[in-house]
Design a protein around this ligand. Structure first.
Ligand code: ZN
Length: 453
């Protein structure tokens, strides 16, 4: 068990939101669980916007659900902070990095170089493996470190890390969050869905300056941005295109669920709040930026971009929830929060991570209108299992966050455990084809498709 950090409760301001107006239906019937991941979301940014009525979906859930600060993973033994692929894998496994083995965006390959980390490097069972082993339907969409897509009872729309396109070309080869890329194999499970979903891809090049400005900036993007700003806008365009692609895939799969039935558990992930917070923080808090002056018009326009990223993902959440015909249990979480980065000299990292992420749970069996002490991201997977009536592995590093649930629910649903999920999931792995990680063939193929520039 990792030690809980102290009560760093910026989230106490949540109590100042308008009072609870309706309690969720407290039925104990099995319900869908939706895990909605927002990379880098932070209560300190969200709460003021909620109070201004700018995040209606999140505000509604906060009023009728239970909120807490979600503490990210502590730094590794080398003192380095944990990055998103590591943290999202912990959220989906209930295991610390030493157990799950995903340490970074990249991993060593056999020839002594590096390559993007792939799903087959994960050493332990994930929620989608666990549900599959029990014949329970699961859907996974955009979650980090899910390419190649694993065989599941349900669907996987994986997160392919596209930065190999420019691998080895210095600055430009830094990782970008994953997306669907036409022509890359094994991105979708079941495989016959891949052509359908590729057709839904929103290509970054198709997102016009006008669309981007309408969504994320207060001003037209301008014909001739500085190189720094152009790089940041590029990240904005990429991440929105990826989010829009996954949202389109979500709605398609809601209408055409593989097997004809929607999953009991869906895990979805959206990257743009993180990507935009890194790049546009300095325009929002120009006093924290020490590496050269920023233009007044840039501050006026791009100063709204971080807020706009929150509003944008709140819109995604609203549209996703509008699909539900019956009450759904929703778990909204981030892998870490965000703060200014005074030490930065890179324009793309004027904002940086802080350990305080967010968690908001809402729906049948979840306490209403509560604000709890901070929890840990390592507790997410066991909490989801408990909500689905599945046992917790005794080898987990986290535990179910029972304080999210009502007394009635707790009384009616005993927490169960098994020694380990690994023995249940191992037979699935043995039957699965060994999938090659990124190799020369794929690189060549991408080159032929014009992705390698
Ligand atoms: Zn980040």
């Amino acid at each position: 068990m990792i030690r809980r950090a102290g009560a760093l409760l910026a989230a106490s301001a949540l109590l100042l939101l308008p009072a609870c107006t309706s309690a969720p239906d407290d039925s104990s019937s099995p319900d869908r669980v939706l895990v909605f991941g927002i990379d880098g979301a932070d209560w300190d940014r969200a709460i003021p916007l909620m109070r201004q009525g700018k995040l209606p979906a999140l505000s509604r859930l906060a009023r009728t659900g239970t909120s807490r600060t979600l503490i990210s993973l502590p730094p590794g033994a080398d003192g380095r902070e944990r990055l998103s692929p590591t943290i999202w894998t912990t959220a989906a496994t209930g295991r610390l990095p030493e157990a799950h083995g995903i340490y970074h965006f990249v991993t060593a390959n056999e020839s002594g170089g590096q390559q993007p980390v792939t799903s087959n490097r994960r050493q332990v069972a994930s929620l989608w493996n666990m549900l599959t082993s029990r014949d329970r339907r699961v859907g996974v969409l955009g979650w980090l470190v899910t390419w190649p897509a694993e065989a599941v009872h349900g669907y996987v729309v994986s997160s392919y890390t596209p930065f190999i396109f420019r691998w080895g070309q210095g600055q430009a080869s830094r990782p970008i969050k994953g997306t669907l890329v036409e022509g890359v194999p094994d991105q979708v499970w079941p495989p016959d869905l891949q052509p359908e979903l590729e057709r839904l891809k929103v290509a970054p090049a198709s997102v016009t300056d006008r669309e981007l400005a309408d969504r994320f900036t207060g001003v037209p993007l301008g014909a001739d941005p500085s190189e720094d700003l152009a790089g940041s806008i590029d990240g904005m365009r990429w991440s929105w295109a990826a989010d829009a692609t996954y949202e389109a895939a979500y709605h398609y799969l809601a209408e055409h669920p593989p097997g004809g039935e929607r999953p009991e558990l869906e895990l979805v992930y959206f990257a743009s709040v993180d990507v935009i917070s890194h790049r546009f923080w300095k325009y929002m808090e120009p006093d924290t930026w020490t590496d050269g002056p920023l233009g007044d018009d840039e501050i006026e326009g791009y100063g709204q971009s971080v807020e706009s990223a929150y509003r944008s993902v709140d819109g995604v959440l609203a549209r996703v929830l509008a699909r539900e015909e019956a009450p759904v249990r929703t778990l909204i979480l981030s892998d870490h929060g965000f703060r200014e980065n005074r030490a930065s000299t890179r324009s793309t990292s004027s904002g940086w991570h802080r350990p305080q992420g967010l968690l908001l749970a809402e729906g049948p069996g979840i306490r209403s209108g509560r604000l709890l002490d901070p929890g840990s991201v390592v507790d997410v997977a066991p909490t989801v299992l408990y909500a689905l009536g599945l046992p917790i592995g005794e080898d987990f590093d986290g535990e179910a966050a029972l304080d999210l649930f009502t007394e009635e629910y707790l009384a009616a649903h005993a927490l169960t455990t098994i020694p380990s999920w690994e023995t249940e999931v191992a037979p699935l792995r043995e039957g699965a084809a060994v999938t090659s990680p990124v190799d020369d063939e794929i690189l060549e193929r991408l080159g032929a498709l014009g992705y390698l520039d």
